[in-house]
Design a protein around this ligand. Sequence first.
Ligand SMILES: Nc1nc2c(ncn2[C@@H]2O[C@H](COP(=O)(O)OP(=O)(O)OP(=O)(O)O)[C@@H](O)[C@H]2O)c(=O)[nH]1
Ligand SMILES: [Mg+2]
Length: 171
Amino acid sequence: MAFQRLTWKFLIAGSKGSGKSSLISSLTYGDFSITPTKPLLKRTITKEFNGKKIIIDVLFQEANGNYEKQVQSSTAILLVLDITEEKSYNFVKNILSDIIPERKGPIFIAANKLDLKYEAAVWIDDMEALKSEFGIEYFLVSCKDGQGINEMMNGIIERLASKLPVNKLNE
Ligand SMILES: Nc1nc2c(ncn2[C@@H]2O[C@H](COP(=O)(O)OP(=O)(O)OP(=O)(O)O)[C@@H](O)[C@H]2O)c(=O)[nH]1
Ligand SMILES: [Mg+2]
């Protein structure tokens, strides 16, 4: 079968301690407790679309303080918020207000620490409010116990792949 290889870079941004590094580790090592040692970690995903195999190298980069350049060079932005911290929600809301007007590319939200849902300060109604204000899809996840992580990744990949121009898949 013919195949095509693509590279996508995901920028992972969010408030301090929201779980950015943990999410990158969950997605690449399958274990949130391993501290990423490199600035970019890679996970290779193979998918089939319209009878064509595509191999995607997904690079994950944790945002630093001054991430305007990083935003410009990324395929997608994944915003991480800690559902036990209202300020983490506000942080994401502020990023969205800043970058949405300048950016057409896809943005997703990981509402993290779902294992601590009984201590949640942010819940589904808040996430729905963000979704309707900014038109952004969100996923409830826990890096700690792995809930929702694969579903999120599959959802994001499907969404991005559906935007690939069909002629790109037929090259
Ligand atoms: N209970 C729980 N703890 C989590 C989860 N994800 C991350 N943590 C913990 O939250 C803390 C912060 O996680 P990090 O991944 O270091 O967060 P970060 O956003 O990379 O933090 P900075 O790089 O310092 O901004 C650590 O103690 C993690 O173990 C989760 O899903 N559930
Ligand atoms: Mg970190």
